[in-house]
Ligand binder design. Sequence first.
Ligand code: EPZ
Length: 467
Amino acid sequence: MDMLVVRGGRPLRGIVKVGGAKNAALPIMAAALVAEGTTVLHGVPDLVDVTTLSAVLRSLGAHVERRADGALQITVIDQQPCLADYELVRRMRASVCVLGPLLGRRRRACVSLPGGCNIGHRPIDLHLKGLRALGAEITIERGYVFARADRLRGADIYLGGSFGSTVTGTCNVMSAAIFAEGTTTISAAACEPEVVDLGNMLNAMGARIEGLGTPLLRIEGVSNLHSVEHTIIPDRIEAATLMVAAAITRGELTIENVCSAHLAAVTDVLRATGTEVHFSGSKSFVRSTAAPRPVDVTALPYPGVPTDVQAQLTALLALADGISVVTDKVFPDRFMHIPELMRLGANIRREGASAIISGTNRLSGTCVMASDLRASAALLLASLAAEGESVIRRVYHLDRGYEHLERKLNGVGGDIQRVADDPANMPDSLQLSADELSVPAIDSSDTPPPPKFLRRGESQRIHSHVD
Ligand code: EPZ
């Protein structure tokens, strides 16, 4: 297991490039199961989650290989397998994305329920509601979803839940509905760019989906789809993370391979903090020279502020010159990063789905523990801004969703070392020194006499510090 040793307090300056979107690549890789032939995907990031899903696809009869030019090539060889095993799904809940493609193309699926997650409850009831509406028979036995459909029929489906739309739920239902006889409408569909990217690839394969990017999708069923070459959209969450990195270190970054339209909400928040943000084509210029101004932020489904950027913005606002309130309406419990940010000196109070942040003018390095993907990014950003050295443990969380993030940050002035998680690698500065450990002995000569108990009617002048 690795840990990151971070020497903070230095502004980041330079040019950094964003990779392909993890949350588009995963459902798109799963959707390659619906096509005949070989699907070629460009811009798939080199992530642990991509490796995990590749293993799931291989277990489902697909040949998956990374070409020398970096493209990911997926060829469906055997249409028989339909089991996505717990041992793989438990490593990445997004494996549930194979449910819709399997049901659509093979008319049966057996997918393990994903299980728990550090950012909150992750049900799939809406996924199952949509697939049942298309005619699937679905049962849940021994932790697995068993789905089968002799035929899929178009339906009018409302896919909204208590926390708004569902991203992978929309992906799953859309990937099955493209094979349903007749017309399907999906209202309260997710509008995230990653869902649009999947829909665009399915349409290139021969599907007939209208309304992508709006809450109302209209799908005409088809019987066969052919494979295509497709390029994954840029990762707006990585882009936002790098924008916050520039802001929190009071640096200046040119961030390449971004789509400004996908970053409108984050840009609005950063500008409200006083951070300069400009765009030119697929480049973003982000600069900060002072403490951020306090702002209130609410994470919402797209086009709102992404919940996947909430932790990073919380880290930035820990250094604001005032009080900010960050609320997450998508994952109300997504605050595991708060206790660790407080170890770095942040002053944050949790109130239900909100974090009340009293900004401080400095963070000081220490040892912290990552708990999930975006929390680990937030801790890394905070450590870059903190004085002195920090250590971030359990960085395997980071590797699930960021492609060599510390390498990218070191390329623009960061000082981050990846080392084995071993006490020998703990920086001396994080070891408490002897005199810090020796609590000064109380000198009995200047100890005030214990208070004497007053007898009824007696009085005692209270010693005042003000002479
Ligand atoms: C996707 O997760 C992303 N993952 C998440 O990114 C992202 O945080 C999330 O969308 C919200 O944008 C991938 O795309 C692989 P949801 P998903 O279904 O699809 C509730 C990251 O860090 N809900 O949109 O699982 C759910 O509990 C990851 O990259 C139901 O109630 O999220 C949540 O409160 C973390 N019933 C809300 O809806 C359902 O059937 C949104 O969930 C499904 C969801």
